[in-house]
Write a protein that binds this ligand. Sequence first.
Ligand code: ZN
Length: 163
Amino acid sequence: MSIARFWRETPRRYNLGGSKCNGCGTVYFPPRLVCPKCTSHRQSIEKMTPFQLSGEGEVISYTIVHDPAEGFEMQVPYVLALVQTTEGPILTGQVVDVEPGTVAIGLKVRATFRKLREEGKAGVIHYGYKFTPREEPGTAPAPRGPAAPVPVPGAPAQDRAAA
Ligand code: ZN
């Protein structure tokens, strides 16, 4: 099955379907039923509407994984990144189709759907989004300074490098 066909046939829950608060405009992924930013949670319930994320964003933090989680053994080393989407939510995911050493803060990426891992011989396959660079090789921004991987957890959005 082609990637394009897979996208069309993938249920909304796998397709970056989030929610948006029409009270303050905040976008959530995964979708939320209430908006924690609005003063009245009860009122925000009726203002939440489904919202489709574009899947486009920018790497704000990343780490190169050499000691893989179970099921990822065939993929080391791989890059796990925090991606600030253009709509606001920060997603965690693997960056693929790129040399791990060339991933940098500020890299423009786009979500794509891939097989994440396969569980044993029963063949339970988990699908989800991964990220691929948006620019063609050679046009990606050069890393700023030494390419020192930083820990992924706990990086606040406001600390990301200016675009
Ligand atoms: Zn709100």
